[in-house]
Design a protein. Structure first.
Length: 76
């Protein structure tokens, strides 16, 4: 599941395969991660994993690690 989340993240943020994904990666350091990209990421993850995020979940999804952790909690 972690790999699929990273694939979706890479696709939404339009990152090349040579860009190293780090868990602490966040919207402050990644120019592509704006509010539109956040919503696109959330919608794609919900569709891929058949889950629904709560508003509080979305507010906490401020890093790649947080996206993975919250998504994993919804799937299991």
């Amino acid at each position: 599941m972690q790999h699929k989340i990273e694939q979706i993240f890479r696709e939404v943020m339009q990152l090349d395969d040579d860009v190293e994904l780090r868990g602490e990666m966040n919207s402050d350091e990644l120019e592509e991660w704006d509010s539109l990209a956040s919503m696109s990421l959330i919608m794609k993850l919900e569709k891929e994993f058949g889950i629904k995020y709560e508003f509080d979940d979305i507010l906490q999804m401020d890093s790649l690690d947080a996206v993975k952790r919250i998504t994993a909690g919804k799937v299991s």
